[in-house]
Design a protein around this ligand. Sequence first.
Ligand code: UD1
Length: 353
Amino acid sequence: MKLLHVAGARPNFPKLAPVHRAAAARGLEQIIVHTGQHYDDALSASFLRELEIPEPDVNLGVGSGSHAQQTARVMTGLEPVMVEAAPDWVVVYGDVNSTLAAAVVASKLGIRLAHVEAGLRSHDRSMPEEINRLVTDRLANLLLTPSRDAGEELRREGEPDDEIVFVGNVMIDSLMAARDKAMREDVGARVGMNSQTVVVTLHRPSNVDDGPRLHRIARALSEIARERPVLFPAHPRTRARLQSFSVDMPGVQIIEPLRYLEMVAVTHQAYAVVTDSGGVQEESTALGVPCFTIRPNTERPVTVTEGTNTLVPDPDDLPGHVRRATRPDTPRRPEGWDGRAAERVVEALVHRG
Ligand code: UD1
């Protein structure tokens, strides 16, 4: 059996890594296509290295652009690759533009499509990722879900039962495999963090492309920084917006984006995290670290109902939440967040032939 994996942006890589490893262990033939949506070492190559993903067979080098430009470039680049490879399955991950583009191309070529991380819904169509999730799931022949609620969403939308398989969370496979190695990273010392440090990541357009909102978030982070250290590894998009909106954040330590193992290490050591990232909501739940998500909704509700996540739609409320943060004595892991999700992904693919 031949699998063609498509990945392109930072959050795809920790999902691809364990699935590729599990499929290799079963002796499956595999092709990795990197779309090139992310291209900086910090967002792409360093992730491949640290997650021990083999060099991609193809890199489409699509780069940045508007949604339509980026999606179109991925589609145009992928079509001949898929035709030539003629895989049994195209496997796509998450909800980025590369995911959507690959889904459309595979479906129109009549190649079966498997979606890892199917069924997540924020019910907020102003998020580009929500559009990507809806379209990808509508087209996929195999919907591999990270949590039970995701399967329920898909059934409500009318997806047939036999296409939905609950596999658990492949991001947590990567996290569990990386944790010991991450703990040996000296990043804590390098960036001068301690057990009181609040780690911040922000990159959603709804937070960083809205000037007045970004100013309010910055004020809240500065207020937190008066009480404890605040470490902010900034995505390139965020850094650009901080500059163009002239946002100042006294007391907040803004640094370059962290590599995968560094991010796992600082999350594990943090007093709390403040984020708008989907992956960080999951990782902090698995590590038992309080997480405050600056959004009105989440497509990952188990991180709230069973994990350490709290939604904080209004940035003015952040300092109070952070002050009151407590770590659970024993972190609860949602069902299927057990380090074996990728094996179940591969089992589902093999089972369907
Ligand atoms: C993308 C995903 C988002 C994911 C995020 C993780 C979509 C719609 N969004 O958002 O779901 O959570 O990745 O990081 O697919 N840039 C660089 N270097 C790079 C890549 C991007 O400097 O290697 C800058 C460019 O200025 C670019 C901007 O970041 O225009 C945005 O990149 P893009 O891939 O379009 O979206 P992200 O915001 O990264």
